[in-house]
Design a protein. Structure first.
Length: 247
């Protein structure tokens, strides 16, 4: 079974990632400490976007993972492992057309159902700890102003037990993180690229200046950058701040 999860349940907190960070500063919480909140007051997505969640209807949690030998240059293995953990858990629930939108949003069809925010605490050239935040839309069905958001209930037509989902995803996370320090990004990329949202489909993107352009997602680099094929067979790498996919 490996290590046990130590689960802290909160009624409300600013953000489960922040709570874990504070815990890390104050004391030495064990590996696989999990913080779950019924209500997140300031849930954050990638690049500071706010995440709307109705109390008690969704699964918002963060997991602490300690590392000894994970090199910073291999840190994208965590994005891959956690994305695939959530992907596998949702496939088990028969959620249709699950894909991973680079770097780590989880989609069903063209709708986003889960966001992942991984924050690494670095020690020199190594990752000391990782705080893995996951927000899965479960039983909420009203997403006013979010035309690309959906939930398990909206898609599957049934209500889910939040705790059961938590344990299911945690087991998949443990499975994916087992031995992760000995693996390189290149070893893990094929499984990730296989489930990449809009791979090899003509897609519209915006660059850092908001300019729109067309391209095809072809692959992901060992550093976790998105490799697009543009016009005239030009290939270009983009990091997170440089590109966003408009669908």
């Amino acid at each position: 079974m490996g290590k046990q999860f130590q689960i802290l349940k909160l009624d409300a907190t600013d953000s489960t990632n922040l709570y874990l960070k504070d815990l890390l500063r104050a004391k030495n919480p064990p590996d696989y400490t999990v913080v779950v909140a019924k209500k997140q007051l300031k849930g954050r997505g990638q690049m500071g976007t706010n995440w709307q969640s109705e109390d008690g209807k969704n699964l918002t949690f963060s997991v602490l993972k300690n590392f000894d030998t994970l090199l910073v240059r291999h840190q994208f293995v965590l994005n891959i492992a956690i994305s695939l953990a959530v992907y596998d858990a949702l496939k088990e629930l028969s959620v249709p057309d699950v894909k991973v939108k680079w770097p780590n949003d989880i989609m069903s069809g063209s709708m986003k159902i889960c966001g992942i925010l991984i924050e690494n605490v670095l020690k020199g050239d190594k990752v000391g700890h990782s705080i893995i935040g996951i927000g899965l839309n479960v039983n909420q069905t009203n997403f006013a102003g979010l035309d690309k958001a959906s939930s398990l209930k909206s898609i599957m037509g049934r209500t889910y037990a939040i705790d059961e989902l938590l344990y299911k995803i945690l087991e998949h996370i443990r499975f994916q993180l087992e031995g992760i320090e000995g693996k390189s990004v290149n070893q893990l990329l094929p499984a990730y690229e296989k489930v990449l949202f809009r791979k090899n489909k003509p897609s519209t993107f915006t660059d850092a200046n908001g300019e729109m352009f067309m391209g095809y997602i072809r692959k992901v680099s060992a550093e976790g950058k998105l490799i697009l094929e543009l016009e005239d067979h030009v290939f270009k790498e983009f990091n997170l701040k440089e590109v966003s996919l408009l669908y």
